[in-house]
Write a protein that binds this ligand. Structure first.
Ligand code: AMP
Ligand code: TRP
Length: 333
């Protein structure tokens, strides 16, 4: 039987932290075993907010190396701007998108409200979900693993696909479904009331390539009892440390510490040590792999250019069919 297709994309901004890894990327790695996967580093999307051109290119390559270091197979990886058909399809989709829906998107409302000092909000920011629809539909993806915050964009993707199908009188595009990973949000160790995030400040996230001593230090100072839960219930900080151990699949430690907790003799120092060692073991492995890749930078870049070219052929096939269906010109020059 043919494998189902999975597609997901990530913007090249900043570093990868354990929230991103456990909440999203680890799942991508796992899905490679049973699906035909498409994983994009979406640099066109990163132009929707003010940015610096040379930094964008640098961040794009950094993210490629990071994704490969944590286990993404380069054959499934592509850089969006190396497949310009995404932008072409998004123009066509613009003409199948009710623009009022774009104004209702929460991500647009949030980001446009916090835009820039001079109040500049680009049309690209408004149009972003249409490009996202093109990312997904151009490969006829069945499943899209994303956070719940992307549900609204996926719903719009289905609306666009449906409208397109109706207009051309053919069930051409598959209506994709979201896949939510079962890992709950990872919280900041410094403030378990908020999610681990790079934008909140340095102490609120732990980079997956962080050196071991700094990880240990950060976990040692993790907040455990912030009085955020009713008496007798596990505090959010303690829950989060357990969650990190479980997400890192250190199940022996997890079970034994949970037994201690249930017997009311859990020592936070032991819980923290186990959480730290779980993350340290992962980061050591990731750093080693990343160093190997960086030692062969040129080869790796060529490999990604080649995989993007390969993936591009599939995108071109879709564009050809879409042009046929929509009355545009299809000439091979
Ligand atoms: P962001 O860097 O916020 O754009 O997120 C990239 C991906 O990582 C998205 O799929 C998020 O759902 C996921 N993610 C980000 N932060 C966390 C977190 N603290 N816990 C779990 N998943 C997260
Ligand atoms: N909008 C997504 C985010 O903010 C990133 C993204 C762009 C995406 N294109 C996509 C996710 C296609 C899934 C599928 O995280």
């Amino acid at each position: 039987m043919e494998k189902k297709r999975v597609l997901s994309c990530i913007q090249p901004t900043g570093n990868m932290h354990f929230g991103n890894y456990f909440g999203a990327v680890k799942n991508w790695v796992k899905m490679q075993e049973s699906y035909e996967c498409y994983y994009g580093v979406v640099d066109y999307h990163s132009m929707t907010m003010p940015y610096q051109p040379d930094k964008l290119r640098q961040n794009t390559w950094d993210l490629i190396f990071n994704l490969m270091a944590v286990g993404i197979n380069p054959e499934f990886l592509f850089i969006q701007s190396l497949v310009p058909e995404h932008a072409e399809l998004s123009w066509i989709f613009n003409c199948f998108t009710p623009y009022g829906r774009l104004m209702q998107m929460t991500q647009f409302k949030d980001k446009s409200a916090t835009a820039t000092d001079d109040g500049f909000v680009s049309a690209g920011l408004l149009d972003y979900p249409v490009l996202q629809a093109a990312d997904i539909l151009i490969y006829r993806a069945d499943y899209v693993p994303v956070g719940k915050d992307q549900d609204q964009h996926l719903e719009l993707t289905r609306t666009i696909a449906q409208r397109f199908n109706n207009q051309v009188g053919k069930e051409y595009f598959v209506l994709p479904e979201g896949l939510h990973s079962d890992t709950p949000k990872i919280a900041s160790t410094a403030d378990p009331l908020r999610k681990m995030s790079k934008s909140a400040g340095e102490k609120h996230s732990i980079n997956v390539f962080e050196d071991s001593e700094r990880i240990r230090k950060q976990i040692r100072s993790a907040v455990t009892d912030a009085g955020d839960q009713p008496a007798g219930e596990m505090s959010l900080g303690v829950q989060n440390l357990f969650e990190l151990i479980k997400a890192g699949e250190n199940m022996t430690a997890y079970t034994s510490l949970m037994e201690d907790y249930n017997a009311e003799n859990l020592k936070y120092v032991d819980l923290k040590a186990a959480a730290a060692e779980t993350l340290v073991a992962l980061s050591e492995q990731f750093r080693e792999k990343r160093a190997e890749l960086l030692a062969n930078k040129k080869d790796v870049k060529n490999q990604i250019k080649a995989s993007s070219a390969e993936i591009r052929k599939r995108a071109q096939e879709t564009i050809r069919e879409v042009k046929e269906l929509t009355g545009l010109m299809n000439v091979k020059f």
